[in-house]
Design a binder for this molecule. Structure first.
Ligand SMILES: Cc1cc2nc3c(=O)[nH]c(=O)nc-3n(C[C@H](O)[C@H](O)[C@H](O)COP(=O)(O)OP(=O)(O)OC[C@H]3O[C@@H](n4cnc5c(N)ncnc54)[C@H](O)[C@@H]3O)c2cc1C
Ligand code: HEM
Length: 402
């Protein structure tokens, strides 16, 4: 495969990415009407989708010489089964992709360039479809909601019972879809360590105008079924001989709770510091449980951070900065960060200034800042793709698998 040709051709296409993306989807849906319903229905989602799938495809091609790509593609293929993507769809996507690339390339679309893209797409599609075929996981898990605890208007904790056990590590997340919002998938962290009854908790924060979070928090009740994808994500407890600090904001508490539950089952020798950040005291929805835990375990030191009543949410971040600044020993710590992307980004930068070792600061990838081509936080596939190599937690390695 000629990576040099692909990269120089990609540079041409990239400048006309929006045009190419529009062409790609128009071509795909015109020639394969049946494929349309596999994609999110609303116009605004299609705008987003245009960028997501096409950006993903082109980014993969731009990273063909990266050794972390193979395991990523296999997992991507495994995960695409939940979108109902079959071999015939891969062929259709390939044809439309090449047509779009040709249209965007103009005279730069020469026979060697066409050959290079065709070969690259065949390679990607082959790795993805073989990842799908080799997977022993089901394509998705249907999970019944067995409990829904609401905390005010904005937060819901849903307990789900998957039809068969869903393997995962504390700290990981799953993608979630509801029949109420067809073909729409969003990612949520798992909020508990694996239980004997295999139930799972999702902590969902309602986003104003959000397609799925509102439906989950407001409308989804016991007896209803949700569809889950395989667990993903690289954040998992390192059981090294190092003390640990957890910093969670909002429902970013969910994966931290899962990891803490794991620690409770095997108490650590080292101290554990926990910072829980919320927009106000009412949003510290698991405080009773955290207080009980801190009272029972001397190794756990908890600090709650909220803005003073009536002050802006951002004050919580300032208060967190002050609190972190007064704690020392950052180079010794494994730090686990979880919360909205801007929070994670700011706190990671602050920790670096305080002397924390970047390799020991663990969090899910932070998406590229929104721009004209990225109107919202991206899917986790793209987070992986957009991450600059030096920040990967586990370069060249696989995501931890249960
Ligand atoms: C790895 C990972 C783990 C996650 N874990 C959790 C979790 O445990 N709990 C949880 O509640 N969410 C979690 N999320 C966020 C979740 O995946 C959705 O993005 C979120 O619920 C919004 O989805 P939606 O369909 O309601 O909104 P969308 O329809 O996707 O978005 C609607 C509008 O809201 C904006 N928007 C989206 N997200 C936010 C935000 N966070 N803050 C402000 N505006 C926003 C968008 O730009 C858009 O304009 C996680 C995301 C990732 C990538
Ligand atoms: C080589 C081929 C492909 C690549 C590299 C690719 C890549 C991606 C990536 C990275 C995502 C985002 C994942 C996430 O956020 O979870 C995605 C989403 C998606 N892909 Fe693919 N894909 C390919 C082929 C296909 C095919 C053949 C289909 C056929 C149906 C398909 C359908 C979808 C759908 C429906 C989504 C979800 C969109 C959303 O949630 O908004 N993809 N793809």
């Amino acid at each position: 495969m000629d990576v040099t040709i692909l990269k120089s051709s990609f540079a041409v296409v990239e400048r006309r990415a929006e045009h190419a993306a529009k062409f790609f989807y128009t071509h795909l849906f015109w020639h394969n009407p049946g494929i349309r319903e596999l994609f999110p229905p609303a116009t605004e989602d299609m705008e987003r989708q245009r960028d997501r799938l096409f950006a993903a495809l082109t980014h993969v091609i731009a990273r063909l010489d990266d050794e972390a790509l193979l395991p990523y593609l296999r997992d991507l293929g495994r995960d695409h089964r939940k979108f109902l993507a079959g071999p015939e769809h891969y062929a259709a996507v390939g044809t439309s992709l090449l047509a779009a690339l040709a249209a965007a390339s103009g005279p730069a679309w020469t026979p060697p360039v066409e050959r290079a893209w065709a070969e690259a797409y065949r390679f990607i599609a082959d790795v993805m479809t073989s990842g799908a075929a080799a997977s022993e996981d089901p394509p998705w898990w249907d999970a019944e909601v067995v409990r829904h605890l609401r905390y005010g208007q904005d937060i819901g904790v849903l307990t789900l019972r998957p039809h068969i056990p869903l393997p995962y590590l504390p700290g990981q997340y799953v993608s979630v879809s509801s029949a109420r919002v067809p073909a729409t998938w969003r990612t949520y962290s798992l909020g508990n360590a694996p239980r004997a009854d295999h139930t799972l908790d999702l902590h969902v924060s309602r986003i104003e105008g959000g397609r799925l979070s509102g439906v989950l928090v407001r409308d989804t009740g016991p007896g209803e079924s949700l569809r889950l994808g395989a667990a993903g994500g690289r954040v998992a407890l390192r059981r090294a001989d190092r003390p640990a600090t957890f910093i969670a904001a909002g429902t970013g508490w969910a994966p931290v709770r899962a990891m803490l539950e794991q620690l409770l089952a095997h108490p650590p020798d080292q101290g554990v510091r926990l910072f829980v950040v919320a927009r106000d005291a009412a949003h510290l929805y698991d405080r009773p449980l955290i207080d009980a835990c801190a009272a029972a375990h001397r190794w756990l030191a908890v600090t709650y951070i909220t803005p003073a009543p009536g002050r802006r949410r951002e004050e919580a971040t300032d208060r967190l900065a002050t609190a972190l600044g007064t704690r020392g020993l950052w180079p010794d710590q494994d730090v686990y960060l979880s919360g909205p992307p801007p929070f994670v980004e700011r706190t990671a930068a602050l920790l670096a200034e305080l002397g924390a070792v970047p390799d020991r600061v663990h969090h899910d990838a932070v998406p590229a800042p929104p721009g004209p081509g990225t109107p919202r936080p991206l899917g986790f596939g793209e987070w992986f793709l957009n991450r600059p190599a030096p920040h990967w937690h586990n370069p060249g390695g696989r995501a931890p698998r249960p």
